[in-house]
Design a protein around this ligand. Structure first.
Ligand code: SF4
Length: 210
């Protein structure tokens, strides 16, 4: 795909949704971090349902730590892998309090050192809480980047690196939101809805029915 096409794609995605953001609900960087940590292999809707109650009881790392693993597990047991996630949540809170004064660090290395926090979670937090132009590649972005040929790659890291190289600079901050939403609601895994896709004429997916 050439640069002119990529530019047009992001122009159109922006025109459709000028101020995209995550569908996870949160009030602080800490709550975003925990919501993303809980969202692995779960839907944002399911995570929001649990965190609406959890964040009322434990909005900060110290309150979450007081709740303890069993307490956190009770609030998130509707989410997949909840035992591991409860354990990581509490361990992360302990580290935030011991090493970062209860604040979420703004450096990738410090974020990725937190239990249960990988590159994708760090990218979301750096981007959405701290305004850094990172791109977190999830299953939706991986699919859209490959189908459209915006940034084809055999694994998420290759797609991330290519997106960082190829997405026009003025669209970098919001690119991952546009691509996730496009993949979630239009360019769906089993049946992409190409007939109502705003970038259909630019997309290079060989199987698109147009
Ligand atoms: S045309 Fe189809 S395959 Fe291409 S981005 Fe749109 S929905 Fe996805």
């Amino acid at each position: 795909m050439n640069a002119a096409k990529r530019l047009q794609i992001f122009e159109r995605l922006k025109a459709q949704n000028p101020h995209p953001t995550t569908e996870l609900e949160y009030d602080t960087p800490f709550q975003l971090l925990i919501a993303v940590l809980l969202s692995a292999q779960a839907t944002d809707v399911g995570v929001n349902k649990a965190t609406r109650v959890l964040f009322k009881v434990a909005p900060t790392p110290d309150k979450m730590l007081t709740l303890g693993e069993e307490g956190v597990a009770d609030y998130i047991k509707t989410i997949g892998l909840f035992r591991t996630k409860a354990k990581n949540t509490v361990a992360t809170c302990r580290m935030l309090l011991e090493l970062h004064g209860g604040e979420v660090p703004q450096q990738r290395e410090a974020l990725e050192a937190l239990p249960g926090v990988g590159r994708k979670t760090a990218n979301v937090v750096l981007n959405t809480a701290f305004g850094q132009p990172t791109i977190a590649v999830d299953t939706h972005i991986f699919r859209v980047a490959n189908r459209t040929r915006i940034a084809p790659g055999k694994d998420v890291r290759e797609v991330e690196d290519k997106l960082l190289r190829f997405v026009p600079v003025e669209y970098k901050l919001d690119a991952h939101h546009w691509l996730i939403l496009h993949g979630r609601y239009v360019c769906k895994a089993r049946k992409p809805e190409c007939e109502r896709c705003v970038i259909a004429d630019l997309c290079e997916y060989p199987a698109k029915p147009l």
